[in-house]
Write a protein that binds this ligand. Structure first.
Ligand SMILES: Cc1cc2nc3c(=O)[nH]c(=O)nc-3n(C[C@H](O)[C@H](O)[C@H](O)COP(=O)(O)OP(=O)(O)OC[C@H]3O[C@@H](n4cnc5c(N)ncnc54)[C@H](O)[C@@H]3O)c2cc1C
Length: 483
């Protein structure tokens, strides 16, 4: 047993000499999920103590772009002239969050998305009712954007393509503003928020019920009683190399960790030690931020055999996932002189420039004929404006016939792949942590990246904050109502 694992082993309530503090609901970690749990538990009438290990609330949520994935006909979607339904949102997420998506979580997330967006407005989160047409994070204070694969093959044929990325109104990253509003709302609702309090372990009754938490260590140990429940909202584990090596080693290859040092998986480990089951710990969002500029979507992404593997207009999280999983991270983008652009948000060194595709193929060390046959098949169909192999949108389909040809090096060691973890404690639709047999661990709740959520595998931007806030609320409400 490693030192980390030993430290998170639960303590027995019978060994606790006396409680140093108490509340109906104790929340561990004050990021997006924790703040929403605190507000909702208070609104349900429970006393709430929320504990944060760092100097103040925020977590990775405060460092984020603040985009949230909502739909089904939110007021913002309507104000921007888009029609959406919970069913279309459900169909999209069931297709995009797989393989093996989780309808138990996706269904309520879609059914109550309109209400949840309204609730965030009530907490003071502002939105500008304007649509940003580019397929990436707005460079303006626009409120609505396409944030996933809604407009691209095969998803556009499975559900009506509608933008669902909701961004709070501010210039630049909106995570700080989001946390500011949620923290103020939690304090306003009467929750007690305490900073610089690191939770080390859970406290259990003999029958396995979670009845409190332990803070500090050694002679500084203190115990807080949770009369109705503990909510773990401690974030993911992209900052914990030991956990990554054990559960998701492929993510260690990504140069950029999309997270903060608080993402060390402490809550997941505490929950596991208390009998909580986990889901998808091997799963992560892997993103390759190739666009903007959109002109690069006219290029061709190829593997080490010179073969295409995806439609180049796909969401950057899907491209990153396929590049790592299907191509083992050996990927290049082929462009010609009509596309004289470079990605704005990742290095993409020029691996080779040649006057013919045959010479390019040879310079890249690809098998003879592979890249040449890819280009000739693509160009033949592109003359007619079509991409029968991957159905890239017609606006990005044009023959690559203007030498010289170049290959942009997008291998893992050259480009900035970003990653964060998606797996965590297994929860039900009310944020109750499940034990391995499926029954809830009594008194234990989780939300946000401490839990496996809506994006069990495939990701669309905004789903992490979207489900952190949604299931954070549900966990807080359910904990408040527990006996
Ligand atoms: C640059 C960047 C941009 C991003 N943009 C987006 C975006 O636009 N949309 C989106 O959906 N996602 C985005 N993400 C991902 C998203 O921010 C996170 O997945 C999300 O914030 C997780 O929320 P959370 O509430 O689970 O965790 P957090 O917000 O990280 O909160 C967890 C809190 O728990 C505290 N904590 C941890 N362990 C303990 C402990 N043992 N005791 C006490 N406290 C503890 C932490 O210090 C932290 O404050 C982005 C991430 C980054 C880094």
């Amino acid at each position: 047993m490693s030192e980390e694992t030993r430290a998170t082993q639960p303590r027995s309530a019978s060994d606790v000499g006396g409680w140093d503090d108490a509340a109906d609901v104790v929340i561990v970690g004050i990021g997006g999920a924790g703040a929403c749990a605190a507000i909702e538990a208070r609104l349900a009438g429970a006393s709430v103590l929320a504990l944060e290990r760092f100097g103040g609330p925020g977590g990775t949520t405060a460092a984020s772009d603040g985009m949230m994935y909502f739909g089904g006909g939110t007021a913002l979607q309507k104000a921007c002239g888009f029609e959406d339904t919970p069913d279309d949102m459900f169909d999209y997420l069931m297709a995009a969050c797989g393989p093996d998506p989780d309808p138990e979580l996706i269904e309520p997330y879609c059914e109550y998305s309109v209400e949840h967006f309204h609730w965030l407005c009530e907490q003071g989160v502002p939105w500008k009712p304007s649509f940003f047409p580019g397929g990436h994070f707005p460079e303006s204070d626009d409120g609505l954007v396409f944030s996933g694969n809604e407009r691209v093959h095969p998803f556009r044929d499975l559900a009506a393509p509608v933008p669902r990325g909701h961004v709070p109104r501010t210039r630049g990253p909106a995570g700080g503003l989001l946390m500011q509003k949620l923290t103020a709302a939690a304090i306003g609702a009467g929750a007690r928020l305490q900073a610089s309090e690191r939770c080390e372990a859970l406290v259990l009754e003999d029958d396995g019920r979670v009845v409190g938490v332990m803070l500090g260590s050694g002679s500084g140990e203190r115990f807080v009683e949770a009369r109705r429940g503990v909510v773990l909202s401690t974030g993911g584990f992209i900052w914990n190399d030991e956990m990554l090596r054990q559960y998701a080693p492929q993510l260690l290859r990504c140069q950029h960790r999309v997270g903060t040092p608080s993402d060390d998986g402490s809550g997941i480990r505490m929950g596991m030690a208390a009998g909580g089951a986990t889901l998808g710990l091997d799963s992560g969002d892997v993103l390759l931020p190739l666009y903007p500029p959109a002109a690069l979507k006219r290029g061709l992404l190829v593997d080490r055999h010179g073969q295409r593997f995806i439609n180049e207009d796909a969401y950057h999280g899907r491209i990153g996932e396929f590049a790592l999983d299907a191509c083992d991270g050996d990927v290049w983008m082929i462009i010609d002189s009509s596309i004289d652009e470079r990605p704005q948000n990742t290095p993409a060194p020029i691996a080779a420039v040649e006057d013919t595709i045959a010479d390019l193929e040879s310079a890249l060390g690809m098998p003879t004929g592979g890249l040449q046959s890819t280009l000739s098949a693509y160009n033949a169909a592109a003359q007619r404006g079509r991409d029968p192999l991957f159905e890239k949108a017609a606006e990005f389909v044009a023959p690559l016939v203007s030498p010289p040809y170049a290959a942009l090096d997008l291998r893992m060691e050259s480009a900035h792949y970003g990653a964060f973890t998606l797996g965590g404690l297994q929860i039900d639709a009310w944020g109750r942590v499940r034990a391995s047999g499926g029954d809830p661990v009594p008194g234990l709740f989780a939300a946000g990246r401490a839990a496996s959520g809506v994006a069990k595998r495939g990701y669309s931007s905004g789903l992490s904050l979207g489900d952190s806030s949604f299931f954070g609320r549900r966990a807080g409400r359910k904990a408040a109502a527990s006996e």
